[in-house]
Design a protein around this ligand. Structure first.
Ligand SMILES: [Zn+2]
Length: 80
């Protein structure tokens, strides 16, 4: 019997506040929330994500700061 409904290695929760949907690891949000975020902010998130090598661990601190700021902005826009 597998108590886990999903695999943490491949799936995570949508980062939009209050959203409970699952998304693949490497995606920030479910499509519903992601497309509420402006194209400008989506581009910022993607560019910053690529700049840190698409992972948080071992990221350059300055680039990580830029990424986290973009994510915060995306979360605000998704919740609006
Ligand atoms: Zn969502």
């Amino acid at each position: 019997m597998d108590a886990r409904p999903w695999d943490v290695r491949t799936v995570k929760r949508c980062d939009a506040p209050t959203c409970r949907k699952f998304v693949p690891v490497g995606r920030l949000m479910c499509p519903t929330h992601w497309y509420r975020v402006s194209a400008d902010t989506r581009a910022r998130v993607w560019n910053a994500w690529r700049a840190i090598g698409e992972k948080l661990q071992g990221a350059d601190p300055d680039k990580l700061q830029v990424y986290l700021a973009a994510v915060d902005r995306a979360k605000m826009e998704a919740a609006a």
